[in-house]
Write a protein that binds this ligand. Sequence first.
Ligand code: MTE
Ligand code: MO
Length: 245
Amino acid sequence: MRRRLFIASSVSALAGCGPLSSGLSQNEQFMRVLGSVEGLNHRLIGTRGLARGYRERDVDRVFRVNGFATPSDAAYARLLADRFESYRLVVEGAVERPRAFTLSQLRRMPQQTQITRHDCVEGWSAIGKWSGVRLDDLLGAVGPRDDARYVVFRCMDNDGAGNLYYESLDMHQAHHPQALLALRLNDAPLDPDHGAPVRLRVPTQLGYKSAKWIARIEVVGSFARIAGGHGGYWEDQGYEWYAGI
Ligand SMILES: Nc1nc2c(c(=O)[nH]1)N[C@H]1C(S)=C(S)[C@@H](COP(=O)(O)O)O[C@H]1N2
Ligand SMILES: [Mo]
């Protein structure tokens, strides 16, 4: 674990989970270190098995907020104003039954609660109690087709330059029993800063995989033609697509 933390903080010395400072991503040294460090994580730790579950008393009272600013555009303001009544989680692409889920439909599906630790690549962690719909159940409702290989999460926030945050999992990761579409944090509806109304929680992978403010889920055969083609906002900046802890 000490080694794991060291690895995380050596990445954090080079990059954060906010907009990159000028030209940093172009820095060859930075890319080389980032690649080798994340490659090391992959070999040392792997993703097989379950992330550790914690007890109620381990839950951190304050769960740090990180990443891009909470959306402040008119569309998100409207969602906030009607308490997400008009929110729809669109699930489409390589699925048999594309659908738009309301928040109350998601709340009526079987709910999983997990007390797990979120590990950010910047070198901090927080334990939270998360509840929501297992991604596996959601996929069961829409029926991925045979050509489905990845699940792409399209978010409502952007980096300030208009590039929308997005992430992806492969089908195996998406069916993991702890891959959760979280609707609640610490016994309360998810608040705007932590990704309301729906965010991903993938405790087996680094924090940047856990996409907040999800608007749309797209099941695809390939993500090569989405944004920078690397399967996620930070992956397009050089982070590894595989972020197993
Ligand atoms: N849509 C979106 N999701 C995101 C991010 C972001 O900037 N935008 N940041 C990621 C990173 S790097 C981390 S560490 C976590 C932070 O989640 P928190 O604010 O609930 O701590 O969200 C992840 N999901
Ligand atoms: Mo992060």
